[in-house]
Design a protein around this ligand. Structure first.
Ligand SMILES: Cc1cc2nc3c(=O)[nH]c(=O)nc-3n(C[C@H](O)[C@H](O)[C@H](O)COP(=O)(O)OP(=O)(O)OC[C@H]3O[C@@H](n4cnc5c(N)ncnc54)[C@H](O)[C@@H]3O)c2cc1C
Length: 374
């Protein structure tokens, strides 16, 4: 029985980069391949809750992470007209040392994760992916799309919603499903009063404002889009304004400033939850490749980062790979399942206009679950 000494990570997104940092902390050799030639991410933001801040601390990244975003505590619930209904105080559920929440621009997060992974000695190659995987009991032989080859103790598919590794190793029939909703997003300068997450509930749509830095915030609007229609980029500003018709107050004022379609980021909500186990021999999937969720609980990236913490911790041990991956499943499966199923449930309630739905109950449960150690 030998330790895992060399790992290939396929996908340089949030999960793959977090894993690279975690593995390098433990002296494990890491090659990472990212299919994009120009390695960048779209510029709106992301909400990270206290469990994610704790996970970043476990990766040795808390200071950089907190320094690159906007830490906040509370969540305000508002009417569509912008009147405050309730201010929910943040709960430092992962420990008093961590703020309840962090808003961070995706670009800033990518910068933190990619620079740390590189500084810690990850070998990163851009503009390529895996072409062929052949495994035997001792390792995986990989052929890349540029014809080069490598031999690894473990291959990790961290290649997101449309994972190539998943379809190569787990079968092409596992495909994401459109839930019926989509999200429009746009950045704005941050006014001082948006120092918390502000959620606005309309009759047909929900909107939110999340602080990202001293100067920046992002606006998101959730809408039902039956049939997942194609949204031409040139019409995105007009379509986003349309989905915001029912809002007054600050959201109404921001609506009138949405004029450049290039500043609008549109994403249909697509989900997948792969039945356990998430590994076949020496190939394992993490993040959106196996448990892509809707954003209703703001935990998708959080689960990918937690996967990275747990996997890097386990791979330090001297044990058969099969045993380590089985323990990975024990620590990750139910937690991720709860997040994916609960998020989908909230989206379904929104689409049904279910007025008696217990959204607050699910959010409370999510906070209890994610506060538990991973
Ligand atoms: C509208 C919306 C809002 C969201 N808001 C939040 C939020 O507030 N909080 C939160 O925690 N999460 C949120 N999420 C979820 C979050 O974005 C994802 O869960 C997270 O990005 C998953 O990380 P990942 O590394 O698994 O995948 P990704 O971040 O998608 O990274 C995958 C990487 O793999 C690369 N890749 C793809 N195919 C290949 C290949 N064949 N070979 C090599 N590389 C490849 C991609 O280019 C990419 O760099 C949101 C998602 C959506 C859609």
């Amino acid at each position: 029985m030998t330790r895992v000494r060399k790992v290939l990570i396929v996908g340089g997104g949030i999960g793959g980069l977090s894993l690279a940092s975690g593995l390098r902390n433990r002296g494990i050799e890491v090659d990472l391949v990212e299919v994009k030639k120009e390695w960048t991410v779209y510029g709106v933001g992301i909400i990270q809750q206290c469990n994610v801040i704790r996970a970043m601390a476990q990766l040795g990244l808390a200071d950089r992470f907190l320094g690159a975003g906007f830490a906040y505590e509370n969540v305000g619930l508002y009417t569509a007209e912008g009147h405050l209904l309730q201010m929910l105080p943040g709960v430092r559920a992962a420990g008093p040392e961590y703020p309840a929440n962090l808003g961070i621009s995706r670009l800033a997060l990518h910068q933190v994760l990619s620079s740390t992974a590189a500084e810690r000695g990850t070998s990163i190659r851009l503009g390529l992916t895996v072409e062929h995987l052949a495994q035997d009991p001792e390792g995986v032989s990989v052929t890349f799309t540029d014809g080069t080859q490598g031999r690894y103790d473990l291959v990790v598919g961290a290649d997101g919603l449309f994972s190539k590794v998943r379809s190569m190793v787990f079968g092409k029939e596992l495909k994401p499903r459109f839930t019926g909703q989509a999200v429009f997003r746009h950045n704005f300068p941050r006014p001082p009063e948006i120092d918390h997450l502000a959620a606005f509930y309309g009759r047909h749509h929900n909107a939110g404002l999340c602080p990202l830095s001293k100067d920046l915030m992002y606006l998101f609007v959730t809408s039902s889009e039956p049939g997942n229609p194609w949204m031409p980029e040139v019409r995105l500003a007009e379509l986003m304004r349309d989905r915001m018709k029912e809002f007054g107050g600050i959201i109404g004022r921001l609506r009138d400033q949405i004029t450049d379609p290039k500043q609008v980021v549109y994403k249909p909500m697509e989900v997948i939850f792969v039945p356990e186990p998430w590994y076949r021999g020496r190939v394992v999937l993490i993040g959106d490749a196996v448990h892509a969720t809707t954003p209703h609980l703001g935990q998708g990236a959080g689960m990918a980062i937690e996967d990275a913490v747990v996997l890097s911790e386990l791979l330090e041990e001297e044990a058969p790979v099969e045993a380590l991956l089985s323990r990975f499943m024990q620590r990750r499966y139910e937690r991720c399942k709860f997040i994916v199923e609960s998020s989908i449930q909230i989206g379904d309630w929104e689409m049904q206009g279910a007025s008696n739905a217990d959204r607050t109950g699910i959010v409370k449960k999510m906070m209890e679950v994610t506060a538990q150690p991973i």
